[in-house]
Design a protein around this ligand. Sequence first.
Ligand code: SF4
Ligand code: SF4
Length: 176
Amino acid sequence: MPPEELVPWRDVERWECVRCGKCCKTLDVSLSFEEEEVLKTVRPDSVVYGKIGAYVRRVDGKCVFYAEKSGKGMCTIYSLRPKACKLYPFYVRNSGPENARYGSFYVFLHRECEGIGVGRPIAEILPEVLNISPVPVPETSASRGLCSESPSRRSGRASCKFSAHALNRQSSSRSR
Ligand code: SF4
Ligand code: SF4
């Protein structure tokens, strides 16, 4: 991922998923083997394979598990969403500028997330990010969303995602 797409966490005061659905409509979500098996039990055709592994299928640009309600995005498999989805828009790296350093790691947010600048203080959220992703992800991978509430509690909430697995931009995705 180009560095210009990532914002060091100290440059972001607040964050909250505003359920815009943008990430579910623009990003590829890579899957671990375990996640692949789980999603295939939910929907057998929900997994596709690329050069470096399995991804959630997208149809017309959107994740097959994405839906909208009252103008808000939501994940129809919220409790089963991949780790990458739980983490987005957060990315944990082994190196970076000082304003991204958090303990032994370097934490960034994807600048295209619509939730940057609203919601909870960013410092409150970082422990949760590291709890989901205790090890940095490879440079080619991404992490994703951190929704604190499920659709069952906040109807129509867009997914918040992510993991040690890639969530690549649509522009870099392979055909599916
Ligand atoms: S994580 Fe960001 S881009 Fe994705 S739905 Fe929430 S606010 Fe939108
Ligand atoms: S959060 Fe749900 S709808 Fe969004 S990309 Fe992940 S699996 Fe798909």
